[in-house]
Design a protein around this ligand. Sequence first.
Ligand SMILES: Nc1nc2c(ncn2[C@@H]2O[C@H](COP(=O)(O)OP(=O)(O)OP(=O)(O)O)[C@@H](O)[C@H]2O)c(=O)[nH]1
Ligand SMILES: [Mg+2]
Length: 337
Amino acid sequence: MKFVDEARIHVKAGDGGKGCVAFRREKFAPRGGPSGGDGGRGGDVRFQVDPHLTTLLDFQFRPRHFARNGQPGMGNDCNGRSADPLLLRVPVGTVVVDEASGETLFDLSTPDQEVVVARGGKGGLGNMNFANSTRQAPRFAEPGEPGEERHLKLELKLLADVGLVGLPNAGKSTFVSHVSRARPKVADYPFTTLVPSLGVVAYKDGRSFVVADLPGLIEGAHAGAGLGHEFLRHVERCRLLVHLVDCSADEPGRTPLGDLDAIDRELALYSPDLPKKPQIVAGNKVDLPEARARFEKLRRALKRRGVEALPVSAATGEGLEAVLDRAAALLFAREGR
Ligand SMILES: Nc1nc2c(ncn2[C@@H]2O[C@H](COP(=O)(O)OP(=O)(O)OP(=O)(O)O)[C@@H](O)[C@H]2O)c(=O)[nH]1
Ligand SMILES: [Mg+2]
């Protein structure tokens, strides 16, 4: 399951209508004065945050969005009509980046928030505005201003309830494929998962929540090492983290506790908010006897810190239900359902 979370689009606001050159022509008013009205404003292109949307898929299929132009001014002092704004709906969590400058324009995180991403051009003034005592018959009017035009990159931070973090090879993808219908690639080498993907966990009583399988983190990830930096921003929006520790890893100098602390350090370095998120620690691969033994050491060490560790085997499914129960308790307690 690939999760669409990026789109490139081209938006253009409407041009302002041009001002009109016209003169009054009435039976009893010979040489009537100028009467050309102003052009209307071009329509803005606006984004509106819609909490019901979850992907940027629509934008991938329709990348061009042009608002209407303002009407030109008319004779008889009539101004042209301004065009209505073009409202485009985007999901909560959409980040809008200007392609030309690379600048982040908006981080749209509030439902129903509305922002202007391209401003409509002002209408031109009609010739009636240019008459004065010495110039009674101006034969010119202003053109309308062009509407703003922009190439935008939209990025959607994944909205998962639970983010799976851990070193490469910890078994994150195996975990997600066991608890959901998502089938991310699982393999016996690090950096198998290159992009985040989501799985929906059908929990008890028709309740469900979304788990994100994330690429493995390594030391230095917060500064861009490995694949970390790319997707650490997705972790920011998860409500809780499940930290998977590979208890089978058998390399000199490496321990489950050391692995756990290394990842926690990366998270903290990336953002001070990440350590504040609720975290469930799960020691994986306890189906292997030597992993089981290492897990017990991890459990004792964490107990001294007042932290509980749960034994799991993502491969056999052992212990996974306890992790889901814990996650559901944290998620649904806060929602009050
Ligand atoms: N014995 C055993 N092996 C496991 C278990 N969970 C995962 N594995 C194996 O560990 C290897 C890595 O699993 P993945 O699920 O791809 O690990 P990952 O954390 O997604 O790795 P990256 O995507 O590279 O970060 C695979 O060979 C899995 O079969 C487990 O509970 N027990
Ligand atoms: Mg993986």
